[in-house]
Design a protein around this ligand. Structure first.
Ligand SMILES: [Zn+2]
Length: 363
């Protein structure tokens, strides 16, 4: 058994099992899906299974090749991650051995943490694809396959993407390329069309709650985190660890002040939020959960409420808000998200929400 790091995703697992049963996997795989659903570990498990000596429907996790893959010391395993520094494109591609010395610690670091830590202009350099192409052309040293994992594959400049495409057009018979991306729409369509797709899905809140409970999170906290996580295990863990606690206090302050026409609170929050786009998006998302909960309460659908830990507060809101007001607010939030996606000045979205909030209050 070797899937303990991946929650759910049975369909993808059974697809992998079918490839392994037939003993003939595709030469290129694209593992895609929203953030936090287990893409990188599923790709890693596939890489491990391809050279596992037990030859089962998944990696055994115990044989020597499995153990070597686990420590990134298998001679037939390659990987690339985006690197923050810019390469010099004018020099000859280095030997893969040299690339690997630099990339291996980055890969291990990448897998040891959750979430993308590639900010700014991280890139997978073209030269490294050329080195990889050369390396993947050699016969495997000890395994059945030479396997190359390419994490955050959308982080390639066009030159790198073209170099990769050249490899995928004529892959060596023993080569398997596993691309991982949460933004496959940013890959070259010619690259995508050469890959067998392995799409991962958002997890159900029940799966997430079960997983968190198994990790020792207290039951109600696990359930609230699971409902707020929007299908992402990574997010669920962050919420369970208290990452939204401060933001929840801000949202509650905002909602309450809106009904009480306390404009001073609004300006304070604008100050706190406006400089940080990501936080503002999270703020709007969490606000929509609260308002959705108020909506659910007014329909007596208690079992579906996300913030079951904040029932008293929600009930106070419900008493202050007209039914029409809740609906208008929900529409406004959806619109606000659309605007953020189109780069509309974020404080404007917040201002409009504030206006709606004051209008939605009873009396
Ligand atoms: Zn094994």
């Amino acid at each position: 058994m070797s899937y303990e790091r991946i929650c759910g995703q049975d369909r993808a697992k059974s697809l992998i099992a079918a490839w392994l049963r037939r003993g003939r996997g595709p030469h290129a795989v694209l593992v895609s899906g929203p953030p936090g659903v287990g893409k990188r570990w599923l790709a890693f498990e596939l890489a491990k299974a391809l050279n596992c000596r037990a030859g089962g429907e998944e990696a055994c996790g115990y044989c020597a090749p499995c153990r070597r893959t686990e420590t990134w010391s298998h001679p037939d395993l390659c990987a690339l991650v985006p690197l923050s520094k810019r390469e010099k494109e004018d020099r000859e591609p280095p030997l893969w051995r040299e690339v690997w010395t630099e990339v291996r610690p980055e890969v291990m670091d990448y897998l040891s943490q959750e979430g993308s830590f590639f900010r700014g202009r991280a890139n997978i350099p073209k030269n490294y694809f050329l080195s990889l192409r050369q390396e993947m052309g050699y016969a495997p040293v000890e395994g059945r396959w030479k396997v190359a994992l390419i994490f955050e594959a959308e982080c390639m400049y066009p030159a790198g993407a073209n170099a990769l495409l050249k490899i995928l057009e004529e892959p060596p018979p023993h080569a398997c390329f596993i691309l991982v991306s949460s933004a496959p729409q940013r890959l070259l369509s010619t690259v995508v069309s050469r890959c067998q797709r392995l799409p991962l899905r958002r997890l159900s809140w029940e799966q997430l709650a079960g997983q968190l409970a198994g990790e020792g999170v207290e039951a109600q906290r696990a359930e609230v985190a699971a409902r707020l996580a929007e299908g992402s295990l990574q997010r669920a863990r962050q919420v369970a660890a208290g990452e939204l606690d401060e933001l929840s206090r801000q949202v509650e302050r905002f909602l309450q002040a809106g009904f009480e026409n306390q404009d001073g609170v609004y300006w304070e929050l604008v100050e706190e939020l406006a400089g940080d786009r990501l936080r503002l998006e999270q703020f709007l998302s969490l606000s929509s959960h609260y308002l959705r909960d108020v909506f659910l309460l007014s329909w007596q659908r208690f079992g579906e409420v996300a913030r079951a830990d904040r029932l008293e507060f929600l009930q106070q809101l419900q008493e202050r808000l007209s039914a029409a007001g809740v609906e208008e607010l929900a529409v406004e939030l959806d619109r606000g998200f659309g605007c953020l996606g189109r780069n509309v000045h974020a404080p404007l979205v917040l201002a409009e929400l504030w206006r709606q909030l004051r209008q939605g209050a009873k009396g």
